[in-house]
Design a protein. Sequence first.
Length: 249
Amino acid sequence: MTVRKVPKRSPRNNNFQINNLMKPSRFIILLATLCLQCGVAGAADPAKVRLFVLSGQSNMSYLNPDDAFTPTVKAAYPNDEVIVVRYAGSGTPISQWWKDPKSGQGGGLYDVLMAQVKKALGGKTPDTVAFVWMQGERDAKGGMSGSYSNALHGLIQRVRDDLKHPDLAVVIGRLSDHLKGTKHWDAVRAIQEQVATEDPRGAWVDTDDLNGGNNDLHCTKEGFLELGRRFAKKSVELLAKPAARPSKP
């Protein structure tokens, strides 16, 4: 009777096979890593709420944000929620927007504006806020440039305080050249430039070329479209700047 011997397997080979069976696929590991990274990135960068508040008098009243302003800011923030609130009153001086703390007068239109902002937010807290101001014709024509600087500073500060955003961006539409060369008109233009330039989160936009060949008080149809684009681009530019550090005591 012939007995056949079965060859013995090398223990080393057995260990190699077992280890390979127990080792996960590199593809699965890579896929799991990518999924984890995507999840972490998504959690670290959620959509933001971007609030834009547009206010002032007639040239702001006739500006339709949906024509150029809103599309421009939405294009800049495609993954965020953009909220645009516009409330303006034709022929209104700044005293109807800013309440003088000494006399307690004025500011009635401001209260309406803030009520509309609160309604539009619907309880949401904005991550960024830009305040766009196009006003001054009434004050310039009425010879009220002497109080304009104090009122404009006060209005901006109140918006910052009420919306709890000290880093609020401020964009001011400087008066056009409609009555350039007259005392109070030039004074208001200069004040608007100065306030916007001195504010670390401020800027002003030129409107001299937006009121047509007749140098009208109001912008032309195309002028309003361009004004909306300029306001939007400047707002986005300011919001991209790092917030100024608070001054040390």
